[in-house]
Design a protein around this ligand. Structure first.
Ligand SMILES: C[S@@+](CC[C@H](N)C(=O)[O-])C[C@H]1O[C@@H](n2cnc3c(N)ncnc32)[C@H](O)[C@@H]1O
Length: 251
């Protein structure tokens, strides 16, 4: 990612509408699955904008391969543990965490094979724990923001659920999110053709509060339903326990 983008992320993580509603989305999808006092991994944490909230449930280790990200994270979230490493080779023992969260990282050009990275996440989560992924949706979209963040790929809902399954986890949830942003993002992608710019530079309030309001309406819908697509896609997997394996093997 361009270095200025880390500074932008740290500067707007409290004020930019997308960060606020994404934390709310993750809390509603994952919060109940985090045991009190547990140990949680934020893989590809950046400056902690979407994962530091897990510290309300237990202890968090934020991992990133960019030292500037961890430096900014230390300033923003002093209580959080940190590890400088690649998500494709995690420096942790098997089953070291109760849950792993990974937000807009697998899309990154640095990830040679997302399956390898998700298998690593599943390896370091204990049986019965969860791996939660949120990534850019709509494969065909190529946005100016993607060029700043070095996004090499986007995912369909099915792609992301497939990664979780290929890592040996049971898919307990998969959905699109921010579906209402797909049509404007598609128009914007055409207008921006070839340009490079960050979404974080502008529209912090989200059209005077309209976008966060739409996101919250969508989140209410997501409590009981799933969406086939979205500008983001989410997938949550449960690492199998021996009983789950036995159930699968029982004819
Ligand atoms: C778009 S940012 C997202 C940061 C954070 N998860 C969030 O939602 O705000 C992507 C982050 O992934 C990190 N990253 C990308 N590839 C990585 C890799 N192979 N290993 C560790 N971190 C990586 C980048 O340094 C960056 O901080």
């Amino acid at each position: 990612m361009e270095r200025d983008e880390y500074r932008r992320m740290a500067a707007v993580e409290e004020s930019h509408w997308w960060y606020g509603t994404t934390r709310e989305l993750l809390r509603s999808l994952v919060g109940d699955r985090l045991p009190a006092g547990g140990r949680f991994l934020d893989a590809g944490a950046g400056t902690g904008a979407t994962g530091a909230w897990m510290a309300d449930h237990g202890s968090v280790v934020a991992l990133d391969f960019e030292p500037l990200a961890l430096e900014l994270l230390r300033e923003q979230h002093p209580g959080i543990g940190m590890a400088a490493a690649d998500v494709q080779r995690l420096p942790f023992a098997d089953g070291a965490f109760d849950a792993a969260l990974c937000v807009t990282v697998l899309c990154h050009r640095s990830i040679a094979d997302p399956v390898v990275a998700v298998r690593e996440l599943a390896r370091v989560v204990r049986p019965g724990g969860v791996v939660a992924l949120l990534e850019p949706g709509v494969r065909a979209l190529r946005r100016a923001h993607d060029r700043v963040t070095h996004t090499g790929r986007r995912f369909s809902r099915r792609d992301l659920a497939g990664l979780v399954a290929q890592a040996g986890c049971e898919v307990v949830r998969s959905s699109g999110a921010y579906s209402f942003l797909v049509p404007p993002a598609a128009v914007k992608a055409v207008l921006e053709r070839g340009r490079t710019s960050s979404d974080l530079d502008r529209a912090e309030s989200g059209l005077g509060g309209i976008l966060p309001r739409l996101a919250r309406i969508e989140q209410r819908w997501l409590r009981a339903h799933s969406l086939p697509f979205g500008l983001s896609v989410v997938a949550i997997g449960r690492v199998p326990t021996t009983e789950m394996c036995a159930e699968t093997l029982t004819p």
